[in-house]
Ligand binder design. Structure first.
Ligand code: GLA
Length: 390
């Protein structure tokens, strides 16, 4: 049974009423990694894997949630002061808290969650959960929040309830996605441009390293601090700079000796990634996937060596992909320390690619990596009827 139909049926069984259903996608990011919190550009797209929230209101001040993936329920009073807890419900508590902090009133609700975004695979299932739930509350209680405001509420939830000082890319992408397009987002002023990604002869294929990145929050925050440390030191010579966005390679090289080798490497990666993204956008607009693929490989090398957010499995997947016919480019994607590689593969080569990468990974790591052939789809939306997704 298609997922939305199953969700509505389950909701009726659990709560005896008809829900509103909201779908929020996970994301891929073509290039521009670890640039969002450095006020750089990113190039994400929403994908055909989603978190779903079914929701209906009730008179009493209680929000009851059933998470179908975990077969667990949780109830809280939205009018009380909410504190972080551990577990999936933490995201919903955080979003509720931050919607209230924005001056909005939330009543009681019955909620059912389901989804098909692999958790811990670097496809932003948590951002999608926050987007789906925030969007659903916004619809149900006519709160009048914009998509951008909902994205910030999701980001604040990560910062304050989860403890990951993430950028805005994941939440933005889940809420603003557009079928057949990636988004060139300027994380400094939040202006964005939709760029068509319509290459019928190519697919975006994710390969899951099967290393869950969920424990990587603290290292992620360390990278952010290292970038800030670099900016703090360079600011003494260039008072006008506010972030690595304002730093050129020349400026960085000139002050090499003032930074520790580690901080220099981190800054070097971010500064060079800015240019790769701009060149990548030009390559896409020209339809030059060959050039784009080369940039992806350079990004992977920077993330692995200078930024040090890769792992053995991801390095293996990215390198191995380079030897398989029909692969334009491959690199680790997202925060790192696990999760997926993103690969651009000729459509006709996808089957052989999948087979080869899975077999060689199995030989080395004794586990079969999951492979997801993705489509770029629309962002968070209310699902009409039993809309069937492929
Ligand atoms: C995670 C974060 C994003 C971004 C990426 C790396 O997905 O949530 O904000 O920093 O890592 O590009």
């Amino acid at each position: 049974m298609p997922i939305v139909e199953r969700l509505r049926k389950k909701f009726r069984e659990l709560y005896g009423q008809e829900p509103i259903v909201v779908a929020a996608p996970g994301r891929v990011n073509l290039i521009g990694e670890h640039t969002d919190y450095n006020e750089g550009f990113v190039l994400p797209g929403a994908v055909d894997k989603r978190m779903y929230i079914a929701i209906a209101s009730v008179a009493e001040p209680a929000i009851t949630i059933y998470a179908n993936q975990f077969k667990e329920s949780y109830t809280f009073n939205p009018t009380e002061e909410l504190q972080p807890v551990t577990g999936w419900m933490n995201y919903l508590l955080g979003v509720t808290h931050h919607i209230k902090a924005a001056g909005k009133t939330i009543g009681g609700a019955q909620v059912l969650i389901d989804g098909d975004i692999p958790v811990g695979a670097g496809m932003s299932s948590s951002a999608a959960l926050c987007s789906a739930y925030g969007f659903a509350l916004n619809e149900l209680f006519s709160l009048g929040l914009t998509r951008m405001e909902l994205a910030f509420i999701g980001q604040k939830t990560e910062h304050t309830f989860v403890g990951v000082k993430c950028g805005i890319m994941d939440q933005f992408a889940s809420l603003h996605g557009k079928r057949g397009h990636v988004m060139k987002l300027d994380c400094r002023n939040l202006e964005y441009e939709y760029i068509p990604f319509e290459f019928p002869d190519h697919k975006i294929v994710l390969v899951n390293s099967m290393v869950s990145h969920s424990l990587a929050g603290s290292e992620y925050n360390v990278r952010r601090q290292q970038c800030e440390e670099g900016v703090g030191i360079l600011k003494k010579s260039y008072p006008a700079i506010n972030s690595l966005r304002d730093v050129s390679l020349e400026m960085l090289q000139e002050h090499h000796h003032e930074l520790t080798p580690v901080v220099y490497d981190r800054c070097w990666y971010v500064v060079t990634e800015k240019d790769r993204l701009l060149n990548g956008c030009e390559a896409l607009k020209r339809g030059d996937l060959q050039a784009f693929g080369k940039l992806m490989i350079a990004t992977h090398n920077g993330l692995s060596k200078q930024y040090a957010v890769s792992c053995t499995q991801l390095d293996f997947l990215a390198e191995r992909a380079g030897y398989i016919e029909g692969v334009m480019g491959s690199r680790m994607m997202g925060g790192g320390f696990g999760g997926c590689t993103i690969n651009i593969v000729q459509t006709e080569a996808v089957e052989a690619f999948t087979h080869q990468i899975q077999r060689s990974f199995e030989t080395l790591f004794q586990v079969t990596p999951e492979v997801y052939v993705t489509q770029i789809e629309d962002g968070t939306h209310v699902v009409v009827g039993d809309e069937v997704y492929h």
